[in-house]
Design a protein around this ligand. Structure first.
Ligand code: SAM
Length: 218
C-alpha cells in the first residue's frame, strides 16, 4: 500500500473538503505518517475516516476530529500546549508541528511508552510526556497558550481554566459518558472566559479526580 497516496487522499477528502483551510495544519497532516501510530495489523485502515482501537480500551481519534480540535486552537507556532490523553501520540505529533512545545499527559503507562517511541522514531523532539492524572493539568509548566483534551469530561476541570494563559484556548469534549459537545473556552483576562460550542462528538471518557471514576468505565 502506498501510504503517502492514502494520506493525501485523507487530507483532501476528510479535512480540506470539510472546510479546514489552515495551511500549516494541512501541511502537518500531509506529513505525519498516521500509520506509524497504529498496530501493524491496522495500518491498512490508518487513513480511513474514523477512529481505530489502540489497545487498553482506547482509540486513536478520527483524522477529522484531530484536525478540527487542532484548528480550534488557532496556533501560530510559538505556543506552549498542554495535551491531555496522549493515546497513540498522533495528535501530539500534529500539535508538535504547529506549536513550540507540547506537554502531553497520559494515564496508561504502556500507551505513553509506545507514543514516546514513535515520536522518537520520527525525530519529533519538542514533546514532553508524563504519566499522570491529566484532569489536574500540569501545574509546574503552566500557564499554557492552548489546552487540548482528547477524552470526554463530565464538566470542565477547574485546573484547566486556572492553567490557561490570557488569550489561550481550551478545547475539550464535555457531556455524557457516550456523547459530548466539543467546547472551546477562550481566556479573555482576569476571570473572564468565552465559551463556544463547536460540534457534537463521541470520545472515550476522561478518567480521574476531576473526570469520570475508573469504575464508570469498568
Ligand atoms: N488523540 C489521541 C490519539 O490521536 O491517539 C487519542 C486519545 S484517546 C481518544 C484518549 C486518551 O485519553 C486515552 O489514551 C486515555 O487513556 C487518556 N486519558 C483518559 N483519562 C485521562 C486522564 N485523566 N489523564 C490522562 N490521560 C487520560
Amino acid at each position: 500500500m502506498d501510504y503517502s497516496v492514502a494520506r493525501r487522499r485523507m487530507v483532501q477528502q476528510q479535512i480540506i473538503a470539510r472546510g479546514i483551510n489552515d495551511s500549516r495544519l494541512i501541511d502537518a497532516m500531509n506529513q505525519v505518517p498516521r500509520h506509524f501510530f497504529v498496530d501493524e495489523g491496522l495500518r491498512g485502515h490508518a487513513y480511513a475516516d474514523g477512529s481505530l482501537p489502540i489497545g487498553h480500551k482506547q482509540t486513536i481519534s478520527q483524522p477529522y476530529m484531530v484536525a478540527a480540535m487542532s484548528a480550534a486552537l488557532e496556533l501560530q507556532g510559538q505556543e506552549r500546549i498542554l495535551e491531555i490523553g496522549t493515546g497513540s501520540g498522533y495528535q501530539t505529533a500534529i500539535l508538535a508541528m504547529l506549536a513550540k512545545r507540547v506537554y502531553s499527559i497520559e494515564r496508561i503507562p504502556a500507551l505513553a511508552a509506545r507514543a514516546r517511541k514513535v515520536l522518537d522514531q520520527l525525530h519529533i523532539s519538542n514533546v514532553n510526556i508524563k504519566i499522570a492524572d491529566g484532569t489536574l493539568g500540569w501545574k509546574d509548566q503552566a500557564p499554557f497558550d492552548g489546552i487540548l483534551v482528547a477524552a470526554g469530561a463530565p464538566d470542565v476541570p477547574h485546573e484547566y481554566l486556572a492553567q490557561l494563559a490570557v488569550g489561550g484556548k481550551l478545547v475539550l469534549p464535555v457531556g455524557g459518558f457516550n456523547q459530548q459537545s466539543l467546547i472551546r473556552i477562550t481566556h479573555l483576562g482576569e476571570d473572564q472566559f468565552r465559551r463556544e460550542e463547536l460540534m457534537g462528538c463521541r470520545f472515550v471518557p476522561l478518567i480521574g479526580e476531576a473526570g469520570w471514576a475508573e469504575t464508570d468505565n469498568a
